[in-house]
Design a protein around this ligand. Structure first.
Ligand code: SAM
Ligand code: SF4
Length: 326
């Protein structure tokens, strides 16, 4: 079987698929002025998504994360989950959501075949949550997390971007929360994009600081598993939950890269940063183009670079992460 392996021997079994770039939140580090439409293209249709995922699966992709923008804003979200999870070769379907409609839909998404959900909860304090996201719905999002547990999800992760002067003081609250909850907290280091340079300079906290904070509190780093990708995972004997750290500025971050991305308009991105992507759209309408599609993906992978060079101060031309799917 053909495999997605690049020139640096990295294997890509994980696809992050954006299905819309629209979002209903105004996270201050991502879309502070809310979503602004910058193109007139249609988002990938259900059929195009099915054809795309089938081609990736034949190239060895085993896990698909459906993201955005806010993926759950698509009316056909449950059908998309179902189509992806029924694709031969796909073993795991996950999503990343702001949690806006999780409470209402957790059961339906689980029943449609969703295996794992990451919910972004950028503060455990309702006022700070409102300040960061522009939405005064902290309780509703937390209800969604509880409903996801009830619906039967075994893998629930909470994403939080820790930021200086905003939610950095929440770190202890987060850690207390997972004492008795089998949840993995994911602290994501704030990334600089084209649109948030000033914000980044003011609020960025280094991942190393977060890591040291955990080590000082008796957390230990687990031996990485192959599917962890670039995340560093920490555990503590007194806690049911775990902490994952995503530190894109650490020197060797890209060494364990295991993911490719496709944008909501069908462009293949080999990295979150620093390239324009390869258009796949003309080969997505018909399943008859699958072999050509696979060839284009394999060809594109040959030009994947060894690193995003963010540690050298580059922000890579990505306006914000909602644009190609964070
Ligand atoms: N709207 C969904 C959400 O917020 O969960 C999915 C898309 S969002 C782009 C995916 C993840 O990227 C979220 O956890 C968000 O916090 C994170 N993110 C967005 N912009 C970021 C940035 N500049 N630095 C670090 N993480 C960022
Ligand atoms: Fe929307 Fe997610 Fe960006 Fe927040 S981080 S504005 S929820 S896409």
């Amino acid at each position: 079987m053909q495999q997605l392996i690049d020139n640096f021997d990295r294997k890509f079994e994980y696809l992050r698929l954006s299905i819309t770039d629209v979002c209903n939140f105004k996270c201050n580090y991502c879309l502070p002025d809310g979503y602004q439409r910058t193109h007139n293209k249609q988002f990938l249709s259900g059929q195009e998504i099915s054809n795309l995922v089938a081609a990736f699966a034949e190239l060895g992709t085993k896990k698909v994360r459906i993201t955005g923008g806010e993926p759950s804003l698509r009316k056909d979200f449950a059908q998309i989950i179902s189509a992806v999870s029924n694709t031969k070769g796909i073993r795991k379907v996950a999503t990343t959501t702001n949690g806006f409609s999780l409470s209402a839909n957790a059961q339906a998404w689980f029943d449609a075949g969703l295996d794992a959900v990451n919910v972004s909860v950028d503060s455990l304090d309702a006022k700070t949550f409102h300040l960061i996201t522009g939405k005064n719905i902290f309780q509703k999002v937390m209800q969604g997390v509880n409903d996801a547990v009830k619906a039967g999800f075994k893998q629930i992760k909470i994403n939080s971007v820790l930021m200086k002067g905003l939610n950095d003081i929440d770190i202890d609250l987060y850690i207390d929360w997972i004492k008795d909850q089998p949840i993995q907290l994911r602290f994501i280091e704030l990334m600089q994009t084209e649109d948030n340079t000033e914000f980044f300079d003011k609020h960025h906290i280094s991942g190393e600081w977060i890591k040291q904070n955990l080590l000082d509190k008796g957390w230990t780093q687990k031996v990485p598993l192959s599917h962890d990708g670039p995340a560093q995972i920490f555990c503590h004997p007194d806690y049911l939950g775990e902490v994952g750290l995503i530190m894109p500025y650490s020197k060797d971050f890209c060494k364990t890269c295991n993911r490719l991305r496709v944008s909501s308009t069908g462009r293949l991105h080999l990295c979150l940063f620093g390239e324009e992507g390869v258009d796949l759209r003309d080969l997505l309408a018909s399943p008859a183009d699958k072999e050509q599609l696979k060839t284009r993906i394999l060809e594109a992978l040959k030009s994947k670079k060894v690193s995003h060079y963010l540690d050298l101060g580059k922000s890579g031309g990505t306006p914000h992460l909602a644009s190609i799917g964070g």
